[in-house]
Write a protein that binds this ligand. Structure first.
Ligand code: UDP
Ligand code: MG
Length: 316
C-alpha cells in the first residue's frame, strides 16, 4: 500500500517554553516514520499560532526558515484551541490524505502516531487517541476531566471517554467536517457524529514537558459548558421537569392555603408565604437563565461570523 501523505496539525498558544522541543521531537519522529515508509515524502507538520502574545510565532517563523517540511500559520488573534485546529486542517483539505491533530505540549504520546496510521491503512477513517493512564495529571485535573466525559455521555453527547483532540482523520472525513458550520464548534462531539469506520489507539498521557496549561479551571468549565449546551438540550429538559414538579407542589400549597382559609384558621405565617415565594422565584430565574444560554447560542450561530482569521502562512 502507498504510504499516506500526512499532515500533523499542532495548535500553539503561548507555547514559547516548549515549542522548540516539540518541533525537534516531532521532526525526529517524522523522519523516522518517513524512512520506514509509513508516511509519504511530501508529508508535513503544521504549527498554528493561535494569536500568542509571547515569542511563539517568532519561533515558528524561525523553524519554518530552517525546514521546508514545516508549515506555519498565524491567526489574527486568539480564537481558541478548536478554531486553531480547524484553521490548520481546513487550509490543507486537498493537499493530504490524512490529518493528525496533536497538542503542542507533548502530553500526547507521539508513538501512538504510527499505530494510528497503521489503522488508517487498514481502512479506519477516524482513529481516536484515548488516554488509558492519566497518572501524570494532577488529581483535580483527572477527576474534573473524567467527570466531564461521563457527564457529556449521560447528556447524550457522543464523546469518546478520555479522548481529547489527539486523532487521525481521513481527507474524506475532513471534507464532511467542513459542512458542520457551527461557530461554537466542539470537535470531540462533532467528529463521532460524522460516522464512518473508526478505531481507537490507547496511550498514556504524559506530563506537560514545559510551560503551563492554557486551560485553567475557569476556561475548562467554560469549555465543558459550551460542549454540553451546543450539543444537548438535556439541561433545558431537566429545568422543564423541575418546573412541572414545582407546579404540582405549588398547587398542593395553594390547596392547603385555600383549605385553611375555608376552615377559618388562615393566619398567614412568614414561612408559608416567603418560602414558596423565594423558592419559585429562584427557580424561575434559573429557568430563564438557562433558556437565555440557548438563545445566546442561537444568536452566535445566526451571526455566522468566521471561526478564525488567518493572518499569515509560511512554507505553504
Ligand atoms: N491552545 C490553543 N489556543 C488556546 C488555548 C490552548 O491553541 O486558546 C492549545 C495549546 O497551545 C495546546 C493545546 O491547545 O497545544 C491544549 O492546551 P493545554 O495543553 O494547555 O490544555 P490541557 O492539556 O492542560 O487541557
Ligand atoms: Mg496539555
Amino acid at each position: 500500500m502507498q504510504p499516506a501523505r500526512l499532515l500533523l496539525v499542532v495548535p500553539c498558544y503561548n507555547e514559547e517554553a516548549i515549542i522548540r522541543q516539540t518541533y525537534e521531537t516531532l521532526i525526529d519522529y517524522y523522519y523516522h516514520i518517513k524512512r520506514q515508509g509509513v508516511v509519504a515524502e511530501n508529508s508535513q507538520i503544521c504549527f498554528v499560532d493561535d494569536g500568542s502574545s509571547d515569542k511563539t510565532w517568532a519561533m515558528i517563523q524561525e523553524i519554518c526558515t530552517q525546514n521546508v517540511n514545516v508549515v506555519g500559520i498565524t491567526l489574527s488573534r486568539n480564537f481558541g484551541h478548536q478554531q486553531a485546529i480547524l484553521a490548520g486542517l481546513e487550509k490543507h483539505v486537498d493537499d493530504f490524505d490524512c490529518f493528525i491533530t496533536i497538542d503542542a505540549d507533548l502530553q500526547d504520546d507521539i508513538h501512538a502516531i504510527t499505530a494510528m496510521i497503521e489503522k488508517h491503512h487498514k481502512g479506519a477513517m477516524i482513529v481516536y487517541g484515548v488516554r488509558n493512564d492519566r497518572s501524570a495529571d494532577a488529581w483535580f485535573k483527572r477527576i474534573t476531566a473524567e467527570g466531564f466525559y461521563v457527564l457529556m455521555q449521560k447528556m447524550g453527547v457522543p464523546v469518546i471517554f478520555n479522548h481529547a483532540d489527539f486523532r487521525l482523520i481521513d481527507q474524506r472525513v475532513l471534507k464532511e467536517l467542513n459542512n458542520f458550520r457551527e461557530a461554537n464548534i466542539f470537535l470531540r462531539g462533532i467528529v463521532p457524529l460524522i460516522g464512518f469506520e473508526s478505531e481507537k489507539v490507547y496511550y498514556s498521557r504524559l506530563a506537560r514537558e514545559a510551560g503551563e496549561t492554557k486551560y485553567p479551571l475557569n476556561k475548562m468549565l467554560l469549555f465543558a459548558w459550551n460542549g454540553i449546551t451546543s450539543f444537548s438540550t438535556f439541561p433545558m429538559r431537566v429545568v422543564s421537569y423541575f418546573g412541572i414538579i414545582n407546579f404540582l407542589i405549588a398547587m398542593l400549597i395553594v390547596a392547603y392555603i385555600l383549605f385553611s382559609f375555608i376552615l377559618g384558621d388562615a393566619i398567614p405565617g412568614w414561612t408559608s408565604t416567603l418560602l414558596p415565594l423565594m423558592f419559585f422565584n429562584g427557580f424561575n430565574m434559573m429557568a430563564i437563565g438557562l433558556i437565555g444560554e440557548y438563545i445566546g447560542k442561537i444568536y452566535q450561530e445566526v451571526k455566522s461570523r468566521p471561526r478564525y482569521i488567518i493572518e499569515k502562512t509560511l512554507n505553504n
